[in-house]
Design a protein. Structure first.
Length: 99
């Protein structure tokens, strides 16, 4: 008989509950970690500012990828397909891009 999994109590601070808007993500990696920088670009500005950096192990990054995929599938089942804009050159537009 399987033992029940213990409940995880997650606390969300007031500042974190506000969230951080990001329209650009930069991802790099080494053999031991993935670095995910969430940034914001403003129209007409030649640079972006990183507002949050997340460092993860490769297994945790893969788990995030799979969890995000499952959640996107559930979202699309409920709200319809999310369409990506056409391919853009790095200097055009603002937003996440597939690389």
């Amino acid at each position: 008989m399987e033992e029940p999994k213990p409940k995880l109590n997650i606390e969300l601070g007031e500042k974190e509950a506000e969230g951080i808007y990001s329209n650009l993500v930069l991802i790099s990696h080494s053999p031991s970690e993935f670095i995910i920088d969430f940034a914001r670009m403003l129209p007409g500005q030649p640079k972006a500012r990183v507002f949050s950096r997340i460092v993860m192990t490769p297994p945790n990054a893969k788990a995030l990828l799979e969890t995000l995929k499952r959640n996107m599938d559930m979202y699309q089942e409920r709200h319809g397909e999310v369409k990506l804009p056409g391919k853009q050159e790095p200097s055009q537009g603002i937003g996440f891009r597939q690389g």
